[in-house]
Design a protein around this ligand. Structure first.
Ligand SMILES: Nc1ncnc2c1ncn2[C@@H]1O[C@H](COP(=O)(O)OP(=O)(O)OP(=O)(O)O)[C@@H](O)[C@H]1O
Ligand SMILES: [Mg+2]
Length: 266
């Protein structure tokens, strides 16, 4: 397997020869310097995302989910511990961050260009990716002509255009209405199964976490630690209202409530 990238605290990127997972987080801690002094946000997090696995990272607001995702993305460095990923991950955030002056198709082609795909192959590939996210015909549409759900589909197509082994998603559907989100859950599940990409998906929505993941990892708050993990053994495609999804969500919610109570949040 082509394990290519690993980041270690305070040091430059190094090659990891034996990385057999999509991402490996080992004993990672992260502190920020604030006016009140050093704030420990993540404390000794160890977590693997296996090849082709779909993992959701769940926790209360402010527990450090985005901080951890940013570290895995290589946007910031851990204060201690090490992080390795199989190649460079693709990112998708709550805000679509598409370039408004480019069409949907051109936004995707830009990612293909950055990946080094020859010019002649870009348009057909962009059309294919738009088809994959069920946006056939949207190639020439500008961002302002698209609905919120359509924009997130383009953002997903652009993330997939990077052909990364690992997709990092930070609450990508949080701003969408429930019905659109439900449709996009189905699409994401289908695309994950078709492309076999590994996904690390951050959310504070328990139902969403259970609807999507093979494994749910619950972070505690202040500092963020891995509090508990659940393997979700429910057949896909699932519906958010399925009894089995509701049952496991209730169990996880109870645990999450306990975490929040322990740390005096609401
Ligand atoms: N660059 C920074 N400098 C100082 N503190 C930071 C920085 N980034 C994050 N924090 C702090 O770290 C903690 C965790 O923030 P983070 O954004 O990771 O939480 P989160 O779990 O993603 O929350 P949410 O669910 O609200 O998105 C917060 O207390 C935040 O204020
Ligand atoms: Mg966040």
């Amino acid at each position: 397997m082509a394990a290519t990238l690993a980041k270690e605290a305070g040091s430059a990127t190094r090659a990891a020869d034996a990385l057999d997972v999509a991402a490996r987080v080992e004993h990672v801690s992260k502190s920020f310097t604030t006016p009140a002094g050093q704030q420990l946000v993540l404390d000794d997090i160890t977590l693997d995302v296996n090849q082709g696995e779909f993992v959701t990272l769940l926790g209360a607001s402010g527990c450090g989910k985005s901080t951890l995702l940013n570290l895995v993305a290589g946007l910031d460095r851990p204060s201690a511990g090490s992080i390795g990923t199989d190649g460079r991950p693709a990112l998708m955030f709550q805000e679509h961050a598409l370039f408004p002056w480019l069409t949907a198709g051109r936004n995707i082609e830009l990612a293909l260009r950055l990946r080094g795909l020859p010019k002649a192959e870009r348009r057909p590939r962009a059309e294919e990716l738009l088809e994959l996210v069920r946006l056939r015909g949207a190639y020439g549409k500008r961002v302002h002509e698209l609905s919120g759900g359509m924009r997130q589909r383009v953002a997903l197509a652009r993330a997939l255009a990077q052909d990364s082994k690992l997709l990092l998603m930070d609450e990508p559907f949080a701003a969408l209405d429930a019905i659109t989100r439900d449709v996009l859950h189905d699409e994401l599940t289908r695309i994950w199964r078709e492309t076999r990409v590994s996904v690390l998906f951050v959310t504070h929505n328990v139902r969403e976490a259970v609807r999507l993941a093979q494994r749910v990892v619950l972070l505690s708050s202040r500092p963020g630690r891995v509090a508990r993990e659940w393997t979700v053994d429910i057949e896909q495609p699932r519906r958010i209202e399925d009894a089995a999804v509701a049952e496991l969500s209730a169990e996880i919610t109870e645990e999450l409530r306990g975490e929040i109570r322990r740390h005096g949040q609401h």
